[in-house]
Design a protein around this ligand. Sequence first.
Ligand code: PMP
Length: 415
Amino acid sequence: MSPTLTNGFGSKARVDWDSIRLDFPLISGNDLVYFDNAASSQKPKAMLQAMENMVEHSYANVHRGVHTLSQEATDQYEAARKTVARFINAADDAEVVFTSGTTDSINTIAFSFGEAHIQPGDEILISGMEHHANIVPWQLMAQRKGAFIKVIPVLENGSLNLESLDSLMGPKTKLLSLVWVSNSLGTVNPIPYIIQKAHAYGIPVMVDAAQAAPHMPIDVQAIDCDFLAFSAHKMGGPTGLGILYGKRALFENLPPYRGGGDMIDRVTFEKTTFQGLPFRFEAGTPHILGAVAFAAVLNYLSGIGMRQIEERERQLSHSLRCQLKADFPEIQLLGTAPDSVSVVSFLVKGHHPMDVGVLLDNQKIAVRTGHHCCQPLMDRFGIHGTVRASLAFYNTEQEIARFLLALRKTIRLLR
Ligand code: PMP
């Protein structure tokens, strides 16, 4: 089975969302309201079928064997890379590296870019709404290299203080690494504008697209990012698989992050030379089944159309926000930036988010509570955590209504 080539934009005018929901066995088979999609999303049958198909017909290790089965597996694995490249509109398949997730992708660039380009006294710019995965790797690199982290401040409404950019960017700034969509607030940052601004200062930009790739079309050439990371498991794919995109000009000259099989050109005990892109960054046996299954999921998403998915999720999360604002004076919304998608974060005034989460769980509503791996952002708002409802395209208005009823009951019980 070779994945069809298709980009993420899709063209279907009308989508039958009720029948789409049937593609997801876990949620279509029970009455759970699953609003924890930002943590990990549910899986469509297309993922299972692709894995099953490979296990039954064409599984072997890749890039190694001369035997036919290994060549078939390699063809499928490389076809999966092509599907990802097409999905994000990369200029070249070799610019797409399979990693184990967003965290691994960011660590790869933090290490490799750090080794190649960071000198003592240099600065890395991030923002105040980053996930720990886009803070800690840069801190580790900064400690190793004697560099400094600078932070774009977050305004009260949960958007970035864009006016601060000029004062934060300068000749010492060697890289900007920024989240596209905040996993805690749902804020959509104006990534194309910010990238343009950074490039005017000669600063390359890495985008954490972990919460963007599941919810909107991604075109790496249009936004002109230098690196971009996302995880398969947040968009219907398997765990343990992520994507690292890098623009060839910058990416191909970076040193490897991990050493091992598959990433080498020639090894002697004295010296090793390395492969070029993308294999230089894929040491060891990759997640073969995962990559092939993810390609099937991307084709499935493209079949629906990423624009349709984005529109649906914006509608659903907007509806939830509006109803919370209108009917729940007991609630404080966190993050009211003009542009947001999927995530709705809030507090029930005077009550711990975890108590709210447990009472909702008792009513078969799954939400996330806590700091969402964004402790500095929680510090910014002087709180320990929030309740986070995060929606996907397979969620429904009926589920929002059930969620609001359950929340009403929760608030009564807490009193
Ligand atoms: N960045 C953001 C914005 C995220 O939401 C997440 C996952 N919560 C990550 C990075 C890390 O992703 P993963 O755990 O899949 O590596």
